[in-house]
Design a binder for this molecule. Structure first.
Ligand SMILES: [Zn+2]
Length: 95
């Protein structure tokens, strides 16, 4: 399967959320069109769990200690992403 440039699934290995089991197969960068890399942070679009990409780009639950080390602005962006996930859920999914 080939993807259009800029497709949110590009460079993302489908991986189940460690909390809700929803298979996440796309990622959207907060800024620009960056692809995820090891150590990048993310939020489950379904349950809002904060995630970090592991060495194989698998999704891991973000340790609270890591969250606390993040710059304030990033913590804020994560909280906003969680709120957006909750909003999308309330509206009946991501679709
Ligand atoms: Zn989840």
């Amino acid at each position: 399967m080939s993807l259009e440039p800029g497709d949110p699934r590009e460079g993302v290995r489908p991986c189940a959320c460690p909390s809700c089991g929803y298979v996440l197969d796309a990622a959207t960068a907060v800024k620009g069109n960056a692809r995820p890399k090891r150590g990048d942070i993310s939020v489950c679009g379904m349950c809002g769990l904060m995630l970090v990409f592991g060495p194989e780009l698998e999704l891991l639950r973000m340790p609270m200690a890591l969250f606390e080390e993040l710059p304030c602005e990033l913590q804020l962006e994560l909280m906003q992403a969680r709120a957006l996930a909750a909003y999308a859920r309330a509206k009946g999914g991501l679709g």
